[in-house]
Design a binder for this molecule. Sequence first.
Ligand SMILES: Nc1ncnc2c1ncn2[C@@H]1O[C@H](COP(=O)(O)OP(=O)(O)OP(=O)(O)O)[C@@H](O)[C@H]1O
Ligand SMILES: [Mg+2]
Length: 251
Amino acid sequence: MIDIKHLSKSFGELKVLQNVSFRLEEGKVLVLIGPSGTGKSTLLRCINYLEKPDDGMITIGDITVDAKNHKKNDIYKLRRKTAMVFQNYSLFRHKTALQNIMTPLVDVQGVSKSEAEEKAREILKSIGLTEKADEYPAHLSGGQQQRIGIGRALAANPQVLLIDEPTSSLDPELVGEVLNLLYKLASQKVTMIIATHEMEFARHIADHVIFLDEGGIVEEGSPDDIFENPSKPRTKQFLKKFEQKHAMDEE
Ligand SMILES: Nc1ncnc2c1ncn2[C@@H]1O[C@H](COP(=O)(O)OP(=O)(O)OP(=O)(O)O)[C@@H](O)[C@H]1O
Ligand SMILES: [Mg+2]
């Protein structure tokens, strides 16, 4: 279970997150939507202390970290309960697909090389890239690289995957393979928090949707609540822009 309480974060004078609270049960998918610059990435980065929040409590499973009174060791434990998937994949360029997935197993979890290889090959199979084991990232498509990025995150066996705009660096024809992998993980009850601008995807994968604007939760609910019956004017306005853009793309 993930429990975020009263999370706040500023960069200098800029208040990016203000008193954000939510809970997420194991096996569920939370999707964060909202205008650009509204704090979605910052929120994901605060959850694993890539950014240190100014205030608030983060609980993942049996670890709670209070921003006002945190211990280094607890932050380390909290991080190990999460794994992040980045927009730009951030794979190790000089490592093969297999080695990229093995790295967190060997370096972070201290698994033996042979065991790590076995597990990494299983993951490669589950992401449909068995035949690419020995390729370097430069020889993989963007969609394949992102699937390896997701595979590497899975290798850490996290309690929650934190996924920041997984498809926004991809050519449109490569988006589907990455979204399909995320749908598959959702059906396998992998707990995920996903920031995305892909509204159709958000609607289909989410168990719960949070609409963030100007650093706060404006509205949250089931995909039906948010996409079919938004109650707040700001949510309606935001979604309307997407519908218009969608209609223009279809023309
Ligand atoms: N390290 C930083 N230092 C200073 N300001 C930052 C830093 N990181 C983010 N910001 C600012 O915080 C605000 C929120 O940024 P964030 O990246 O969280 O937004 P976002 O919702 O993820 O946007 P997008 O949809 O474009 O990805 C922005 O105004 C951004 O410029
Ligand atoms: Mg972002």
